[in-house]
Design a protein around this ligand. Structure first.
Ligand SMILES: NC(=O)c1ccc[n+]([C@@H]2O[C@H](COP(=O)([O-])OP(=O)(O)OC[C@H]3O[C@@H](n4cnc5c(N)ncnc54)[C@H](O)[C@@H]3O)[C@@H](O)[C@H]2O)c1
Ligand SMILES: [Zn+2]
Ligand SMILES: [Zn+2]
Length: 371
């Protein structure tokens, strides 16, 4: 079948929207999905700009929601007609990581940046041969064939135009605070970078009981949103955040600092480390090139102050349990989704959507598919 999709052929060039061929017959363990919505996350633009290297051509999009149209042999997790949210990391359920409660680092995720399915399967094809799908999803396509390990069934009455955010931005940010940083009641927390990920780190830290919650973003619209959703302070620079954190903690500094900036540099990591006090933790969620050496820190201070610096993928969430759990928090009003969406776009407007993200206009942009 034909499907309209947003493709990266060459880094640094605009994203191309065109018709591709999709092998619509799901094979063993696969499903055919009609995407209804896709979120514009910074990670896709990393690929388009070469800030994170991936195999090209690639159909972009890894935050997605939609409806299952057809299932292949052996599919047990979903059936045709089910509403699903996609997880940008698949979970097989049985590898060492899945079996020990660490689905975010499931072995099946090994091909997310090449974008093919198990068994060297490439459902998308076009003028340049085989096309990968970002995170094995390609949610910037009207239709895709993906693995059942990448979808989580959700209740039919949940609005997919909001639930879509729970495919990446919400669990990644929320879990960066709740799981990776393990924010505890009464703590002082800094969140650096208030985009689609950082705003959810703010929500997670607030939910976990942070007493002082300091958001950093150079842009006033982002600081305003952070304050609206629970930050007690919102400042433009790491220096100001450090000053506030120390003034509230007898000079110690933050208990936890979560780095959710779009492009993570050495200066940003060093500031986060310096703003974090004794016994504290720095969580790195934002990304950069694989080759970028952006962590260079004084190890002796790390040792004597007993600081931890750690990375997190998908906020250490387990998609099969955490996606429904987070949607439950949305239903009860404990977590906001509607307030995160700044603007919606059509697939043809994908470049405009990413210009808006890079210009700092969006907390999250959402693409609405037409069929
Ligand atoms: N680890 C994971 O699992 C995971 C998952 C998804 C996204 N990411 C990464 O997280 C990062 C954030 O993604 P996003 O979609 O929220 O991006 P975004 O572009 O929407 O938000 C980034 C924010 O950082 C702000 N910023 C820029 N420089 C800053 C600085 N020096 N100090 C403080 N704030 C600054 C920007 O103004 C913007 O508001 C990206 O690198 C993305 O690739 C990681
Ligand atoms: Zn993402
Ligand atoms: Zn697994």
């Amino acid at each position: 079948m034909k499907t309209k999709a947003a493709v990266v052929y060459e880094v640094g060039k605009p994203i191309v929207v065109e018709e591709l061929e999709l092998d619509e017959r799901p094979q063993v363990g696969e499903v055919l999905i009609r995407y209804t919505h896709a979120g514009l996350c910074h990670s896709d633009v990393h690929i388009a700009r070469g800030d994170m290297e991936a195999r090209l051509p690639m159909v972009l999009g890894h935050e997605g929601a939609g409806i299952i149209e057809d299932v292949g042999p052996g599919v047990t997790r979903v059936e045709a007609g089910d509403h699903v949210v996609c997880s940008f990391i698949p979970n097989c359920g049985v590898c060492r990581w899945c079996a020990s409660g660490q689905q975010a680092i499931c072995d099946m995720g090994a091909t997310i940046l090449e974008g093919y399915l198990p068994g060297d399967r490439w459902p998308f094809s076009g003028p340049k041969g085989r096309y990968g799908a970002m995170c094995m999803l390609g949610t910037f396509s009207q239709y895709a064939v993906i693995h059942q390990s990448s979808v989580v069934k959700v209740d039919d009455d949940l609005p997919l135009d909001k639930a879509v955010l729970v495919g990446c931005g919400v669990p990644t940010g929320w879990g960066s605070a709740v799981n990776a940083a393990n924010v505890r009641p009464g703590e002082t927390v800094i969140v650096a970078g208030v985009g689609g990920i950082g705003i959810n780190a703010v929500q997670g830290a607030r939910h976990a009981g942070a007493k002082n919650l300091i958001a950093i973003d150079p842009l006033p619209n982002k600081r305003e949103k952070a304050t609206e959703l629970g930050a007690t302070h919102a400042v433009a620079t790491a220096a100001e955040a450090g000053e506030i954190a120390r003034s509230l903690t007898n000079g110690n500094g933050a208990d936890k600092t979560i780095v959710t900036v779009g492009l993570v540099t050495q200066e940003i990591v060093t500031d986060a480390f310096d703003n974090t006090g004794k016994g504290g933790t720095v969580v790195l969620t934002g990304l950069n090139k694989f080759s970028e050496i952006n962590v260079q820190l004084p190890g002796t201070i790390m040792t004597l102050w007993k600081k931890t610096v750690k990375g997190t993928l998908f906020g250490d969430c387990n998609p099969t349990t955490d996606i429904p759990m987070i949607l439950g928090l949305y239903r009860s009003g404990d977590l906001k989704l509607d307030e995160l969406i700044t603007r919606t776009y059509t697939l043809d407007q994908v470049n405009e959507g990413y210009d808006d993200l890079l210009n700092g206009e969006n907390v999250r942009g959402v693409l609405i598919h037409e069929h």
